[in-house]
Design a protein. Structure first.
Lengths: 355, 361, 310
């Protein structure tokens, strides 16, 4: 029996030259350090899971703190030269570099996170539908707030962040018509003291729920000290605010990474453009805080289930733009293209959109 | 008791031996650190200093890369060194580098999508001008108001960084990719692309410019009157003034030259290896170049060697991360050690250690 | 627009807190520069303090010990700078930059196991009735003890530089080291002490971030605070109280822009964030132009190498 199996594997191996007895070599390049407790840490968690899942059948290596441009191109080229079979480039800005290296190494499979440039058949793009998680946070935040004010710490005005704000606002508004959003842009992904100052400012201006789309844990801690509520980002940040921390959107790239490596090992890897969400297990919610009433926890679970099954889309019309012009008609669902380039607030948000 | 005594003439032996000694000491100290991290120290050091140059697997690719990584460092450092010699402390090269890139990219983006042979030369001029103008701010403030140029040039780095972010998010944003920060990719715009002159050699216009700058600086410092003035102003400012050297003119020339070279480096980077104007474009070449200038003892030839040594640790550092899973922080520490040893040993060139008996005033 | 929601008392309170870490680092660097030494390694020393202060506080359970450890960690790095620049005569600028590189790398290694942990809490100072005074109570009397100690430190440095004999010697050394040497002062010893003091202050500033303000450790968490501190010293034209005013002004600009944003005012954040630097340059120009030169106060020997001959 065992012999038969090896024979079968061997025949597949012949069909796909990339597959040998050697372990599949997989390289990861990161924009930040693996110890950032945010974006890069999320990807590296997935890498470890991947390694545990496949054991000796894969060999992973990482290079951290790689700047965009020439440095990224060089690191990926060196990975390709050292016999790496598959490269995960885990940041938006690597787009041009990934494509230029991919052109020179057609046998290496490239996986580029959150990008939009795909010029070669060996470049796959992948991203997470963070706005789905934001919808759940909005629902919980809208119900939990007593001051009807939610504070939002945002990084850069790019589509992923903007659609998150809109999604959270729409779902908070749906359960609490009086809800108001206060938004602060920090123009950085990671600046702990600035994020702490921002959280404090929002709280002083009446917010009793803080959401963040920045990486540091500072805001959760400030919320804890001020006795208000907060949602974490990228990692479960409950340790920094056991009382304040309601939940968090936790990045969980592992299922996707494992499936892609699996496909590669089977010789079935193809370039894709995947935008995955709650239903794919790519993002998940950190455990609900006990202070969220059981009823609300159930509602949130139902919302997750509805989004996961595809039965409900967080951007379902009627939705107007901030200036009142219609965007989605009644029952109309937003197209992915529109979400991926979103650059406006929806109706009801009072802040002006940063240009 | 141990005393330092200034040598009458800098020691030529130590001048040459020190860098080697520093590298050896760094290998020992760094090797201990790598061992403490549970990695094979010999393999790590081999990957950092040896493999980028001689490995069969990487060498043919890494050697040209060394040019790409090092060229901007040398280009900037050469300009800075001339100023440093004259005691004019421009530490804001990073800002001048950014402004050069923005000016150069600005010209390219203004012409897009017209193709023409004249676009790239115009970008070169604009890049030099951008760096030059940015350096003129501390220069004029220094000559007109006697404002400290160290501080003004440093402060202007922060301003330039914010202008860069504003440009990447606003004016220079790629209109074809709504919502995303960053300009068009200049590597995909033929007339503006600072491409490799000969494929797979790493040789682009920035490398050529660095080479010209080194030769030019060498001749100027050794043969030309201006070089003599610079040296004089640095070593004996009073004598220089009596000798008819105008300090104000020297400030303008030194800062302007350094600014223009830094601007050029920025422009060659944004139109080639960097590719586009983006928030994260500036990665510290301007500051690293200061270190390169000092490691090269403010001498153009020395700067070339120092630039390559530092460039090697960057590329080798990446290799050792990839092959041995060393954390990138350990490479930073390793580079820090190398700098400390190089700087520390240099005292032997100018001073000698004397053991004297008892205290003497 | 909801400008009415901005509370000036809260604004004042917030800017005092935001200013504290940079003020701590700046007051240390001020003394260093007054002695004629330019140490560009402030960022490196700050992150050392942030990292080691955090590690020590977590392991000992005592924030106080954490702060002590942070000061010592800053001093250790400063001692390295002193060894290189004062004994081995290396260039200040290059050594300072190398120090920052080294500090950032070393702390990233040391702190690896401490990411995602919370430190022990630093108790808030209870000022009782003072904190209940309308407006002033909220603005000034509800801070942690470090905020007040920092102000006290500014006062102490001011007194030291202006009235104490040691302070006078320090200024003399910074103004003209050859003359000070001729008068029999130990130029190097004075500078060593100043550099160590600067390191301790920068370390404390870093620990304020990791133990109180952010209350967590992540590598690179100072994000340029050390560089702002350097700018602040110049802005203050080397005067302690002005450094404090500058830090509050800087903190004020940050906090104000956050408040305006939260109130829904569309402000060009990317341009506004340049303003502290442009203002600093303007102040520099105003102070150094023409007759006001004397009031510039810049130490005459700043960034010049000293070697006692003979």
């Amino acid at each position: 029996m065992k012999k038969l199996l090896t024979a079968a594997v061997a025949s597949v191996a012949l069909a796909t030259p990339a597959l040998a007895d050697d372990p599949t070599k997989i390289g990861f390049i990161y924009i930040g350090p693996v110890g950032d407790f945010g974006w890069t840490a999320g990807h590296d968690r997935a890498r470890q899971e991947l390694q545990d899942h496949f054991g000796d059948a894969v060999e992973t290596s990482i290079v951290e703190n790689v700047d965009y441009g020439a440095d990224a191109e060089r690191v990926m080229t060196q990975m390709a030269l050292s016999g790496t079979d598959m490269i995960f480039a885990a940041s938006f800005g690597y787009g041009p570099d990934v494509n230029s290296v991919a052109g020179r190494f057609p046998d290496v499979a490239f996986q580029h996170a959150t990008g939009y440039i795909q010029e070669h058949p060996n470049v796959s793009l992948y991203d997470a539908r963070f706005y789905e998680g934001r919808a759940v946070l909005g629902h919980i935040g809208g119900k939990m707030t007593e001051t009807n004010t939610i504070g939002y710490i945002a990084s850069f005005p790019i589509p992923a962040v903007v659609s998150g704000i809109n999604s959270a606002y729409l779902h908070a508004k749906a359960v609490n018509p009086d809800v108001e959003f206060r938004i602060i842009w920090t123009y950085s992904w990671f600046d702990p003291s600035l994020e702490a100052d921002a959280a404090e400012t929002l709280i002083e201006q009446g917010a009793d729920v803080i959401m963040q789309h920045t990486d540091s844990t500072a805001a959760v801690r400030v919320a804890e000290d001020a006795g208000v509520m907060a949602f974490g980002q990228a990692s479960d940040m409950v340790d920094f605010g056991p009382t304040a921390h309601l939940s968090a959107i936790v990045d969980r790239w592992a299922p996707y990474y494992i499936s892609r490596v699996e496909a590669f090992k089977e010789g079935e890897w193809e370039a894709q453009n995947s935008w995955l969400g709650l239903g794919d297990g790519i993002i998940e919610m950190a455990p609900w805080n006990d202070r969220i009433p059981a009823e609300l926890q159930e509602e949130a679970d139902e919302l997750i289930a509805a989004i996961s099954s595809g039965e409900y889309h967080p951007f379902t019309g009627p939705i107007n733009r901030q200036d009142g012009t219609p965007w989605l008609a009644d029952g109309e669902v937003a197209e992915d293209g529109a979400l991926a380039t979103m650059d406006f607030y929806v109706e009801g948000i009072t802040a002006e959109f940063p240009n | 008791m141990i005393r330092l005594e200034k040598r009458k003439e800098p020691s030529q032996i130590w001048r040459i031996a020190n860098p080697f000694l520093a590298v050896v000491l760094t290998m020992i100290a760094g090797g201990m650190m790598f061992a403490a991290l549970g990695k094979d120290p010999v393999a790590a050091i081999r990957l950092i200093f040896f493999d980028p140059l001689f490995s069969e697997q990487f060498g043919s690719y890494s050697r040209p890369q060394l040019l790409i990584k090092t060229a901007p460092l040398i280009l900037i450092a050469v300009g800075l060194a001339i100023g440093f010699k004259a005691n004019i402390w421009n530490i804001g090269a990073e800002g001048q580098y950014i402004m050069g890139a923005l000016f150069g990219a600005g010209v390219a983006l203004a012409f897009y999508p017209i193709e023409g042979w004249y676009i790239f030369p115009l970008m070169i001029l604009a890049g030099a001008l951008g760096g030059f103008l940015w350096a003129m701010i501390p220069a004029i403030l220094k000559t007109r108001f006697n404002t400290n140029e160290i501080l003004v040039s440093l402060l202007l780095v922060y301003v330039a960084e914010r202008i860069l972010a504003a440009m990447a998010l606003g004016l220079m944003r790629n209109p074809d990719q709504p919502g995303f920060p960053g300009s068009r990719d200049l590597r995909r715009y033929e007339s503006a692309h600072n491409a490799e002159l000969i494929a797979n050699t790493g040789l682009h216009w920035g490398v050529v410019a660095a080479l010209i700058a080194v030769i030019f600086a060498y001749i100027m410092m050794t043969r030309h009157m201006l070089g003599f003035h610079v040296q004089l102003a640095g070593q004996a400012p009073r004598a220089a003034r009596f000798g008819g050297v105008s300090p104000a003119r020297l400030v303008i020339i030194c800062l302007g030259l350094a600014g223009a070279l830094a601007g050029l480096a920025g422009m060659f980077e944004v139109s080639g290896p960097g590719g586009q104007v983006r928030i994260e474009f500036a990665t510290g070449y301007g500051f690293t170049a200061i270190i390169v200038a000092f490691l090269g003892r403010l001498n153009p030839i020395g700067i070339v060697l120092a630039g390559f040594l530092l460039g090697l640790t960057y590329i080798g550092g990446e290799l050792s991360q990839m092959m041995l899973q060393l954390p990138s922080a350990s490479i930073q520490v390793f580079q820090g050690m190398l700098l400390f040893f190089l700087l520390a040993l240099d005292f032997q060139t100018n001073y000698r250690i004397r053991l004297t008996q008892g205290a003497r005033a | 627009m909801i400008l009415g929601s901005i509370n000036p008392a809260v604004l004042l309170a917030a800017l005092m807190v935001a200013a504290t870490p940079i003020l701590l680092a700046a007051i240390g660097e001020l003394v260093v520069e007054k002695s004629g030494v330019l140490n560009l390694g402030v960022e490196g020393m700050m992150i050392m303090g942030a990292c080691l202060g955090f590690i020590i506080a977590v392991n000992s359970g005592s924030p106080f010990l954490g702060f002590v450890g942070a000061a010592l960690a800053g001093m250790v790095l400063a001692a390295l700078f002193a060894l290189l620049t004062q004994v081995l005569m290396t260039n200040h600028v290059a050594t300072g930059l190398a120090l920052t590189l080294f500090g950032l790398g070393l702390t990233a290694l040391l702190g690896q196991q401490y990411v995602g942990i919370t430190p022990p809490r630093t108790p808030r100072l209870d000022l009782g009735p003072l904190s209940q005074i309308p407006f002033f109570g909220r603005a000034f009397f509800r801070h942690d003890i470090v905020v007040y100690l920092t102000i006290a430190l500014v006062g102490a440095v001011w007194w030291f530089l202006k009235y104490s004999r040691a302070g006078m010697i320090l200024r003399a050394v910074g103004e003209n080291h050859d003359a000070a040497h001729a008068l029999g002062y130990h130029v190097k010893r004075v500078r060593l002490m100043a550099i160590l003091f600067g390191g301790a202050c920068a370390g404390l500033g870093g620990a304020y971030l990791s133990l109180i303000r952010v209350a967590g450790w992540t590598e690179g968490m100072t994000v340029g605070a050390g560089w702002i501190a350097l700018a602040l010293v110049v802005f203050a034209s080397w005067r302690p109280w002005r450094a404090m005013a500058g830090a509050y002004l800087f903190g004020g600009v940050v906090v104000l822009q956050l408040n305006l944003q939260a109130a829904g005012v569309r402000i060009p954040v990317e341009y506004l964030s340049m303003s502290p630097y442009l203002i600093t340059i303007l102040v520099l120009v105003l102070m150094s132009s023409g007759k006001a030169r004397a009031s510039l106060n810049a130490p005459g020997s700043l960034n010049k190498q000293f070697h006692a001959s003979g």
